[in-house]
Design a protein around this ligand. Structure first.
Ligand code: SF4
Ligand code: F3S
Ligand code: FES
Length: 233
């Protein structure tokens, strides 16, 4: 099938402003939007800028706005989207080139909440045990692939880029609710700060945007409750 695309292009070395360009490529109906972009880059215009790695919905590197919604290009079949397929970079991040955005600030926020298990007590002789029920408690947030689709769909983040954002809170949730973690106090303090969880106004765009189906808003609510109670449970 012939598939038409409208791409919002921007190369800071060449363009004064972003502008739309149209393309048409032949694809199989079962091809993904990512295949379409790679066909354009490979056969029509090699200057197109995009990120991808796994091509299977795991690495989180090809999040972009497809027909107005944040999606992973490798998870959307061309037969399931209206043509022309419009593609824009994620909103709220600086565009480096075409669909490649600057994610340095995003990852700095994730690092700020200590996205790892903190150990304070002496290591046990064997492993730190955890029951299946305790593991289940944070299962949903382990699915995050740090694609940024939630944070860049959030109006609170658009209006205040200093807001730590839903992705960092999801990462915090994954460790806060892990029974083996001993860094809860510092993490809750970071999230209770001015640009922390209270910037979330429960707008729910993040849930809609998440390609992993994580209930982002519920995770944020649980972190807010933990701050109010002064403990995680
Ligand atoms: Fe992406 Fe979902 Fe993780 Fe947000 S919570 S970064 S949308 S996988
Ligand atoms: Fe934003 Fe999601 Fe909260 S869209 S305001 S982080 S519920
Ligand atoms: Fe890895 Fe799409 S290329 S998630």
């Amino acid at each position: 099938m012939n598939v038409s695309f409208r791409l919002l292009r921007f190369d800071p070395q060449r363009d004064a402003a972003a502008h739309w360009e149209s393309y048409e490529v032949e694809l199989e109906p079962t091809d993904r939007v990512l295949d379409g972009l790679e066909a354009i880059k490979g056969k029509v215009d090699g200057t197109l800028g995009l990120r991808r790695s796994c091509a299977h919905g795991i690495c989180g590197s090809d999040a972009m706005v497809i027909n107005g919604r944040n999606r992973l290009a490798c998870k959307v079949l061309v037969k399931n989207v209206k043509q022309p397929v419009t593609i824009e970079p994620m909103r709220g991040f600086k565009v480096l080139k075409d669909f490649i955005v600057d994610m340095e600030g995003f990852f700095a926020k994730v690092r700020s909440i200590q996205p790892y298990l903190v150990e304070k007590s002496a290591a046990p002789e064997k492993e730190r045990l955890q029951s299946p029920k305790e593991r289940e408690r944070f299962d949903d947030t382990t699915k995050c692939i740090l694609c940024g689709a939630c944070t860049t769909s959030c109006p609170s983040f658009w209006s205040n880029p200093d807001y730590v954002g839903p992705a960092a809170i999801v990462q915090a949730h994954r460790f806060l609710f892990d029974s083996r973690d001993e860094g809860k106090e510092e993490r809750l303090k970071t999230l209770n700060a001015q640009e922390g969880v209270w910037r979330c106004r429960t707008i729910f765009n993040c849930v809609e945007a998440c390609p992993r189906g994580i209930n982002v808003t519920r995770a944020i609510a649980e972190v807010k409750q933990a701050i109010l109670r002064g403990k995680v449970k």
